[in-house]
Ligand binder design. Structure first.
Ligand code: IMP
Length: 428
């Protein structure tokens, strides 16, 4: 059986967790292929709300095996905490249900300190990272001096590599006038966590290929989003991995012939956390209405950092581009219920840059900063749509909105979410 790839179409936080949870119900394996605990996936199941950072959302489905692929970066301490938290909630997280690639890379305390130091040094040009050590961990990986998860199998080897990573970071930290890390004290919790993660280690590429051959359906769960992709995003305001569909293949180690479905997930409006341009960003009352007050877990505040998200109108320039980069076969539009009550809704159909119109995002920061959105205005709808389950029952204006999004990015919108609960989905 083939594989499905799930990709964020915007700047992350599109609601991929709940979509992954829905698709996991029809999958045998759910695999994360990029990023680390910078991600925050929220899944509501009845009264319970699960906040996952590294463990794939499929863990909430008993028959699914979850994989952390070679493309991910793993903080062993945070992963153990997440596993313990899930177990305390009654979720089965044995090594039969979660496998970690021996080739994934380890986030060390040095990476976290270096992430902080780098952001501080950038001053007003800070990326606005999640400070989880993601960038420095990938930097060590591509610099061929990272620590692979497989090294956790030997405590001595792992500890020595950890000490070396911390000592090397200390040189940079001292140069910046930042206090050195104590290698022994800082590494201790990591070594203890590594011991406990040993049984979960496996060559996950071999594992996934075997399962595909046996007929298993594999869901590749993307984190972050297309505009945060290190190649295709708003560089340098990006994360350091490849959250787009291509990243699923390298981040898990199987061939493109297995993929028959690429599901893009986009919110019905735009949000972004951290720095970088956002052409359709709103301020004031409209932004506040989209963001929510923060009293509900679905309001626009970061799951990982708690930061309020920047909010704006839907940007079809971004969606069109994301659909193209990953080859979406369908789109899921989330949080459509939040748009209820707006008299009119705007969608950016193009950018005007230096007097010229473009339908795709420019590749330089300078141009993107000068980009003015060209809006199309559509009528809003007033009724509460959170109880609707059939597309035919949606107000006419909502159906027009969905159809325009599909036309603009040349991708059918097959599913719409109208609330955070598992069943608050409308199939179009
Ligand atoms: P990093 O991945 O922590 O290095 O952060 C790089 C950029 O990606 C920053 O703008 C972060 O806010 C953003 N980012 C990273 N992970 C997520 C996510 O899961 N959702 C939204 N933004 C994210």
């Amino acid at each position: 059986m083939p594989a499905t790839v799930l990709v964020g179409a915007q700047w992350g936080d599109e609601g991929k967790g709940r979509v992954a949870d829905w698709l996991a119900a029809e999958s045998d394996v759910v695999a994360r292929y990029a990023g680390g605990d910078n991600a925050g996936h929220t899944v509501a199941v009845g009264e319970k709300v699960y906040k996952l950072h590294l463990v794939p959302s499929g863990i909430l489905h008993e028959r699914v095996t979850c994989v952390l692929g070679n493309g991910t970066v793993i903080n062993p301490v945070n992963l153990i905490n997440e596993i313990e938290h899930l177990i305390a909630e009654g979720v089965n997280v044995t090594p039969e249900r979660l496998v970690i690639s021996t080739k994934a890379h380890i986030i060390t305390p040095a990476h976290i300190a270096l992430d902080r130091a780098s952001e501080k040094a950038r001053g007003k040009d800070a990326i606005g990272t999640t400070l989880r050590g993601i960038g420095p961990a990938y930097l060590d990986k591509t610099g061929r001096k990272g620590i692979r998860a497989g090294q956790m199998a030997s405590v001595e080897d792992f500890a020595n590599s950890l000490y070396a990573s911390i000592e090397e970071a200390n040189v940079t930290l001292e140069r910046q006038g930042i206090e050195r890390l104590d290698p022994q004290a800082t590494a201790l919790a990591y070594i203890e966590a590594a011991e406990r993660l040993k049984p979960y280690l496996r060559d996950t590429s071999v594992y996934i290929n075997r399962r595909l051959k046996e007929g298993a359906r594999v869901l590749c769960e993307g984190a972050q989003g297309t505009l945060l992709d290190v190649d295709h995003g708003d560089y340098p305001y990006v994360t350091s991995s490849s959250p787009t569909a291509g990243g699923a293949l390298t981040g898990l180690g199987f061939g493109p012939c297995h993929v028959d479905r690429v599901v893009g997930v986009a919110k019905g409006f735009s949000t972004r956390v951290g720095g970088g341009p956002m052409p359709t960003e709103l301020t004031g009352e409209l932004a506040d209405r989209l963001r929510g007050t923060g009293e509900h877990f679905w309001d626009e505040f970061g799951t990982t950092t708690g930061r309020p998200r920047r909010c704006g109108w839907l940007d079809a320039v971004v969606l069109r581009y994301a659909a193209q980069v990953s080859g979406f076969t369908e789109l899921v539009l989330t949080k459509l219920d939040v748009l209820s009550g707006f008299e009119e809704l705007k969608i950016a159909v193009a950018y005007r840059i230096d007097g010229r119109e473009t339908e795709f995002p420019p590749s330089t920061m300078g141009e993107l900063e000068r980009a003015e959105p060209v809006y199309e205005t559509l009528p809003g709808w007033s009724m509460d749509i959170s109880g609707i389950r059939n597309a035919a029952d949606l107000p006419e204006a909502a159906r027009v909105y969905i159809e325009r999004v599909a036309q603009m990015c040349e991708t059918p919108v097959r599913t719409v979410s109208v609330g955070p609960e598992r069943d608050q989905l409308v199939f179009c």
